[in-house]
Structures are given as structure tokens and as C-alpha cells.
Unconditional design. Structure first.
Length: 425
């Protein structure tokens, strides 16, 4: 690993914080909105990659720390572009989250864009700026690339492979039945690119959900034209060496004064490495600004969440968690005038495609929205898994499938309810 934050390495070198045993590859995994079934040979190949990723403890923990710092920013962009959150693991596969990564074939940056493709997707690449090395700018370009391909392929697994092969190159690997499929088989004949991606998810998803590796939160701030990185670091009370490492996209001495807006990544001011950090909180803008209410975070479905208090609005709860109101409403699937439910969890990361639980029996008074919040799963995923239409009410006693699609030949099941108290208000 190149150019990791020294403070992280010092903290990580002192003691291992993760179990040394690599995760075991399961027979099935939910990824990118599909239920993937792995045969024995595929599991062996993925397990070999998992073992390789976990072989060097210090390197693994350093990469987890980078992921913990970067994922909130990546997740926000993916959610805004309508791309499944699991694609956060693709940046680990492509560049190990190194902005300066370069391949022998001219691919550069976090998402390994070649120059022509980068320009096609709106990135600036010239002698002053290379946005392939900018975390959020390149993530947005990658998300739009993926979304465009999925509009043709209608299958996120094939879209994943198209990131490596291109839209034309992936065609020989697709079948008509793949379009809008809910499940797929993964075999030893599947592309190694897909197998490697699954290994990244299997290793880093639980590791990041545990929040046990110390890391420094990052935030994104506007860059001031005409100033150097060192000058901007000083104005933000940030470590200038860390700011330089986090912003390899700036190739000249100062931010160009060319009419374009750029942003900087900076470590959260004054933050020591955190072991179980919430979403980074915004620093106080002025001494007169009111201090935010102390946040007490929950971990639901591996996601950071806060419980809504009586009187909370989307704006107030978003501010307490250090998120913009727009992002908060998007990841929680809130409509413009929708009220928060006191005592219900609300998330600061995009909800997952699948819940940790397999099934849930609907209680009286529960809505699909409340159930989706309770389990930290996307509402549209529950609709798809249970063959429901948007706006269709769920009836008490219905057994909802929470993590994969109910087969068409399996009828909807209803159970009696000895306890009629709702789980979610």
C-alpha cells in the first residue's frame, strides 16, 4: 500500500484488531440486488482470493481504514446516481483506494479510467488537473458509466463485468435470461473479475460493519482558487501532508482560477483515529453556532443509524448526523413532506439490498416503509422480493421475504399473530 496516513499505520502496527481467520465463502450471497448461488468450484476460487486479501494483517487493516474513511463519500455519490451500494467494493478491486494508482495500460486513479473515457464522462484531465485522481469526481463518472451500461444490460452483475470489458466486450457473456433476473449462478467458468469482486465484498463488508479498525474521517470542502494545498490546509486547521496525500488530482502548485469549482478532501479537523466512528460530524462553522446534540449511533444491518426523537425533522436529524438534508432524505427514501417516526431508525448510509434476517411477519399497523426502515433495507428491494406493486399495502400476517426473491411458484404465506403489538411504530 502506498502513501497511507502515517497516524493510521502507527496505530495499526501496534496490535491486530481483526480476527486472523479469513471469512468463509458462503454458498449464496446477495450482491447488487441479485441472489448469487456459488457452486463448489466457484467457492474455492473466491476463497483463494479471500485468503490472499487477508494474508497480511497490517495491509488488510490499513485498507479497511481507507475504506472506512472513503465509503461515506462514495456511498453518497452512488446513491445519488442510482447505483447499488455494493459497487463501493469495486474501487477496492480497481485501485485499492489509491488515487495515484496507474496501470500499464494507461488507466489512472481510483476507478482506473483511461483518458478518453474520463473525458467522455466529464472529468477534467490536463496538465493542471486530473480528476481521475479525485475521489468523488471519479466516483460520479464511474457511477454514470455503470448506470448507462445497466440501462442496456438490465443486470448489475453483467454491468460489473462491463466495467472491465466494455459494453461490447461483455455481450458474449450475457444471456437473454439475464435481463432483470433476480438470481444467477456463479461457477468456475464465471469471469475472474466477478469472482474477485465477490471476494472484496466478503472481506470488507463485515470488516467495515464492525468498525474496529482505527481510521480518520474525511470530509469534502470547496477548494479556493489561487491557493496552494498547504495554504488551504492551514485555513482549515488540517495536516498539510495529509491534505496533499488526499488530493493527488491537483498537478500544479495552486488551484486553477479557471471558473470551474473543485473540492478538496481533508481529514476531519483535529480528529484522532477512530475505532468505531459515526458518520463524520460537521465541525462548527463559527463560535456562535449551536453545538449539535450528541449522537448515539446504532448499527442496523451493518449501517450507521440514529433514532428519531419527538419533534425531529429530516433537517434536524440530518444535521445531528453530519449529513446534508438532501442526502439524508435520499438514503432513507423520504418524500418531500414525509414526517419522521419517533423511535424509528434513520440511516446515514444507503440502505442495503438485503436484510440480515430472512423473513418477517407483518404486524398490524406496519407499513412496508416502516419495515424497510426497521431492517435497514431498500423499500424497492422488498417490493421486488415479494412481487408487490408500489403503493400496495401489506396485510398483517404476511410473511415478507427480506433478503431474496420469493420464487414465483411459491405462494405468499400468511401466519396467525398471537402478539398483535407492532414492532415498528
Amino acid at each position: 500500500m502506498k502513501k497511507l496516513l502515517p497516524a493510521l499505520l502507527l496505530g495499526l502496527a501496534s496490535r491486530p484488531v481483526l480476527a486472523a481467520t479469513p471469512p468463509t465463502v458462503p454458498t449464496a450471497i446477495d450482491a447488487m440486488g441479485l441472489h448469487l448461488m456459488l457452486d463448489y468450484e466457484a467457492r474455492q476460487l473466491v476463497q483463494a482470493k479471500v485468503n490472499s486479501l487477508c494474508r497480511h494483517q497490517a495491509s488488510l487493516e490499513a485498507r479497511i481504514a481507507l475504506a472506512e474513511s472513503a465509503f461515506p463519500l462514495i456511498d453518497q455519490v452512488l446513491a445519488e446516481e442510482g447505483v447499488p451500494a455494493d459497487f463501493r467494493y469495486l474501487v477496492l478491486q480497481e485501485s485499492a483506494l489509491q488515487g495515484n494508482a496507474e496501470s500499464n495500460h494507461g488507466a489512472v486513479g481510483y476507478w482506473q479510467f483511461k483518458r478518453e473515457t474520463a473525458l467522455d464522462y466529464g472529468l477534467t484531465v490536463n496538465g493542471d488537473i486530473d480528476e481521475r485522481r479525485h475521489l468523488t469526481a471519479s466516483t460520479r463518472a464511474a457511477a454514470r458509466y455503470l448506470a448507462r451500461h445497466n440501462a442496456s444490460l438490465h443486470n448489475w452483475v453483467n454491468t460489473l463485468l462491463s466495467y472491465n470489458l466494455g459494453l461490447g466486450g461483455v455481450q458474449p457473456y450475457t444471456r437473454p435470461a439475464d435481463a432483470d433476473a433476480a438470481r444467477m449462478s456463479v461457477t468456475a467458468n464465471s469471469s475472474i473479475y466477478i469472482l474477485d469482486f465477490l471476494a472484496q465484498k466478503i472481506v470488507f463488508e463485515p470488516a467495515c460493519a464492525q468498525h474496529r479498525v482505527p481510521f480518520v474521517p474525511w470530509r469534502e470542502v470547496p477548494a479556493t482558487p489561487g491557493l496552494s494545498l498547504a495554504q488551504q490546509a492551514a485555513s482549515l486547521s488540517a495536516d498539510p501532508a495529509a491534505v496533499a496525500r488526499l488530493n493527488p488530482w491537483l498537478l500544479t502548485s495552486t488551484v486553477p482560477q479557471n471558473g470551474h469549482s473543485y473540492t478538496l478532501l481533508v481529514p476531519l479537523a483535529g480528529a484522532a483515529p477512530l475505532a468505531a466512528s459515526p458518520v463524520p460530524r460537521r465541525p462548527a462553522a463559527t463560535a456562535a453556532a449551536a453545538a449539535p446534540v450528541a449522537a448515539s449511533y446504532l448499527n442496523i444491518n451493518g449501517l450507521r443509524a440514529l433514532l428519531a426523537q419527538p419533534g425531529d425533522t429530516p433537517a434536524s436529524l440530518a444535521a445531528r448526523g453530519g449529513a446534508s438534508t438532501g442526502f439524508f432524505m435520499k438514503v432513507n427514501e423520504l418524500s418531500r413532506n414525509e414526517l419522521l417516526i419517533p423511535g424509528a431508525p434513520y440511516f446515514f448510509e444507503r440502505k442495503r439490498e438485503a436484510a440480515e434476517e430472512e423473513y418477517h411477519v407483518v404486524r398490524p399497523g406496519q407499513s412496508l416503509t416502516a419495515i424497510a426502515q426497521h431492517f435497514g433495507v431498500l423499500r424497492h428491494a422488498l417490493l421486488a422480493y415479494n412481487h408487490l406493486h408500489p403503493g400496495e399495502a401489506v396485510q398483517p400476517g404476511l410473511v415478507l421475504w427480506l433478503s431474496h426473491v420469493r420464487p414465483r411458484n411459491v405462494a405468499a404465506e400468511y401466519r396467525s399473530l398471537p402478539d398483535t403489538r407492532p414492532v415498528v411504530a
